[in-house]
Design a protein. Structure first.
Length: 539
């Protein structure tokens, strides 16, 4: 087995357990809601119309949007609960619709005959209509199962552990082995559950109790095996269901300043953030803490989690806070941006800024070097001459941000066509001529690897994007945590971060190894700066 595949399998048990717990919980509660509601709806046209319409409206909402909306609805909480509620709502329609259809399709003559034999409406429902409708109802549960298991991969950006981690991480780091790994096991899980429920459906149609028991045993074995990592560890399920709570118990352990404490590190879903999350994890574990990493969080979800103390430590960028959170668009210097952002976060949201890491990951516009030379484009201002014939590629988020609107209006780029795509594909798209310009990131190692030229921004329309080390309010009250993280302030140069990013995006290194190497590099640099105890001045 290759080293990369072994690493993927190393994370597999808890991610499978999280995916199963989330999916089965949503399917179970969704069925518990749909069955009684469907029975009532089948009996009452007044209930039937609104119930099916409401479930249908929920189904039309894009699943990722529904998952993301649950975070602000729940006050910024991330993890299991928002994903569970969204998936439960998403899985209601098939079972509800099939319950109504199955009961209404029962031959009225059969129901009348049952009542003629003296059965009450309730007895008729329980002993005649539901058994006859059960194959159709189970078919609805089967559809809901496949939908929910597949959609649960999208729970990753809201902080819920799932097999979607492989897909999101693989796309961002161009690790296609990880993408295929995640897709394969999600599909395998969906097929296995689908066939198990299908066997129950066939048993219901044929009244075959032996087949029903066999299907139930196989489904139970699959579920127990998948949930084994949570069942084997005392209270292991809490790592999935509950966001770990930080504890400032820094008085324990003389050798390890953070011994006995648990902290949560959050990160966004791109290469640099994966590397930095691993750097933070190693830094804290080296001081004796236990660390949980919540990767692949969206920008606003990560900010809300930090503000609500469901994430303790994270790295964000001054320009993101300045433009997206503070809604500021006027250009100021890097130092002033950091100062004002830090003051705002502390005063308004209770988030502490420990300091900048030392490098900037700014938005920039980049072109293929030969294409830029042919058009004589050296700066963003030069693009205005060709705006009507150019296509600008960018991640979907950037075109909704105030930074882009400012750049567009400042340089007169209103005529340029925009094309949104995942950042994974941007650099290849501009290299291959599918777009003319892209929104790049200044610390990205692919700029040099793809021979791109970064266009100058003479009017400073883009704000500065210094990487800031942020702490939630509870974490900020732990002085030893601050002390453990302080060596990272101003410790990473632009070229150092660019090289780390390149090692993942171009050289194929895993973010975990790249983060560990960066941590060791910084630790060695820090150690070399320490004065020699034997050469110090006498007291």
């Amino acid at each position: 087995m290759s080293e990369s595949l072994a690493e993927l399998f190393g994370d597999f048990p808890p991610l499978l357990a999280g995916h199963l717990l989330l999916s089965l919980g949503a399917i179970g509660i969704g069925t518990a809601i749909s069955l009684p509601l469907g029975i009532v709806a089948a009996r009452s046209p007044r209930v039937r119309g609104p119930a099916l319409a409401a479930a249908g409206v929920i189904q039309t909402i894009p699943s990722l949007a529904l998952l993301a909306l649950m975070v602000p609805v729940l006050g910024g909480r991330i993890g299991f609960l928002p994903a569970f509620i969204a998936l439960t709502l998403y899985g209601v329609l098939p079972t509800l619709r099939n319950t109504v259809t199955g009961i209404l399709d029962v031959d009225p003559a059969v129901s009348e005959a049952a009542r003629g034999m003296g059965m009450t409406d309730r007895e008729c429902l329980r002993r005649v209509e539901l058994p006859l409708a059960m194959p159709v109802i189970i078919a609805g549960i089967r559809t809901a199962t496949v939908w929910v298991v597949g959609t649960a991969t999208l729970a990753t950006p809201v902080g819920a552990p799932s097999l979607g981690h492989y897909i999101f991480m693989g796309l961002q780091t161009r690790n296609w082995e990880a993408v295929l790994f995640g897709c394969f096991f999600v599909a395998a899980l969906a097929i296995a559950l689908d066939q198990g429920v299908h066997a129950l459906e066939r048993a219901s149609r044929t009244r075959n109790r032996r087949l029903a028991w066999r299907a139930a045993v196989l489904l139970t074995a699959l579920v127990v095996t998948g949930l084994a990592p949570l069942l084997a560890e005392p209270l292991g399920w809490r790592a999935v269901v509950e966001a770990p709570m930080s504890q400032d118990q820094t008085g324990r352990g003389a050798a390890a300043p953070l011994g006995g404490t648990h902290w949560v590190v959050g990160s966004k879903g791109f290469t640099e953030q994966y590397i930095l999350a691993e750097l933070l994890r190693r830094q804290l574990e080296d001081r004796g803490a236990t660390v949980a990493v919540k990767p692949n969080l969206g920008s606003t979800i990560l900010f809300d989690a930090l503000r609500n103390d469901t994430v303790d430590v994270a790295i964000d960028y001054s320009g993101t806070i300045w433009a997206t959170v503070m809604n500021r668009d006027e250009p100021v210097s890097r130092s002033q941006t950091i100062a004002e952002v830090s003051r705002y976060l502390e005063e308004v949201h209770g988030i502490a800024t420990l300091g900048p890491l030392g490098f900037e990951n700014a938005y920039a516009l980049a072109m293929d070097r030969r294409r830029a030379a042919a058009l004589r484009v050296r700066s963003i201002a030069d693009l205005a001459r060709h705006a009507g014939t150019l296509t600008l590629g960018g991640d979907p988020e950037v075109f909704g941000r105030p930074e882009w609107r400012r750049v567009r209006d400042t340089y007169g780029l209103g005529a340029i066509r925009t094309r949104g795509m995942d950042s994974t594909f941007l650099y290849g798209a501009v290299r291959d001529g599918e777009v003319d310009v892209i929104t790049a990131y200044s610390s990205d190692g692919r700029i040099a690897a793809f021979d791109l030229v970064v266009l100058a921004d003479p009017k400073q329309a883009f704000p500065p994007y210094d990487a800031l080390l942020l702490m939630g309010s509870r974490a900020a009250r732990a002085p030893r945590l601050r002390a453990a993280l302080r060596p990272l302030v101003d410790a990473i140069r632009d070229d150092t971060m660019r090289a780390a990013n390149r090692s993942v995006d171009i050289d194929g290194l895993s973010p975990v190894i790249a983060g560990e190497r960066l941590w060791r590099q910084l630790a060695a640099t820090t150690a070399s700066r320490q004065p020699d105890p034997g050469s110090g001045r006498p007291d």
